[in-house]
Design a protein around this ligand. Structure first.
Ligand code: ITT
Length: 212
């Protein structure tokens, strides 16, 4: 059984559209290490979740990257939502940035089942050396153990606008794609074009081969 690792119900609803009934949520709050990119954070989380669950896991790490802010909040999107709030992120962008205030949503899915992977177009993260170096002496010996993780990435471009719509979750009301905010779209419309939908589509194509 595949465990979809997240504390966020909104992500689970979207993921279940792409994955069959053999998937259940694992509400596990893995350690979000500090990194400029989502990939190492998701890979580290997948190793931790796999060791915890002892069965195949899929970690979903996502963020909103605002171009004029050098990608902020990016990997800190969750922290920015909890501290500033979504509307304040919009107000900051509106005050500081010229139109069109380009931004992208990114999602990295990190899969780990304890086994090696064959070469493929999707990247494989083989160990935590970068993270280990950043954490120095605090790094747990077990965390440095090589445990391969396969990464599936999805990106969608858009722009930051005043909040509109009440669907979706998180930053959806302030992210507009082709004239519509994600919060104004139905779940199916959002999933069809979103960062998560794109990453999930790649995963859903690959995963059946893994389980054959
Ligand atoms: P988990 O880490 O437990 O999965 P989380 O909500 O903290 O839950 P992330 O760190 O990946 O997940 O999310 C970063 C932030 O980006 C968080 O504030 C989310 O609400 C937001 N976010 C993620 N995906 C989103 C989406 O599809 N639409 C809008 N906001 C999203």
């Amino acid at each position: 059984m595949l465990r979809y690792v997240t504390t966020n119900e909104g992500k689970v609803r979207e993921a279940l559209d792409y994955l069959d009934d053999d998937v259940t949520q694992l509400d596990f709050d893995y350690t979000e290490v500090q990194a400029a990119e989502l990939g190492p954070i998701a890979a580290h989380g997948a190793r931790e979740a796999y060791r915890y669950a002892g069965e195949p896991v899929l970690v979903d790490d996502a963020g909103l990257f605002i171009g004029g802010f050098d990608g902020f909040p990016g990997p800190y999107s969750s922290y920015a939502e909890d501290t500033l709030g979504v509307e304040a992120v919009y107000r900051l962008a509106a005050a500081e940035l010229d139109e069109p205030r380009r931004a992208s949503f990114r999602c990295v899915l990190a899969y780990c089942d304890g086994e090696e992977f064959e070469a493929s177009p999707d990247p494989i993260d083989r160990d935590d050396r970068t993270v280990a170096a950043a954490h120095g002496a605090e790094q747990d010996a077990q965390e440095t153990e090589a445990l391969p993780v396969k990464l599936f990435t999805g990106v969608v471009n858009g722009r930051i606008v005043a909040p509109r719509g009440d669907g979706g979750f998180g930053y959806d009301p302030i992210f507009e794609h082709d004239g519509t905010t994600f919060a104004e779209m139905s779940a199916t419309e959002k999933n069809g074009i979103s960062h998560r939908g794109r990453a999930l589509a790649k995963f859903a194509t690959w995963y059946p081969e893994r389980t054959e």
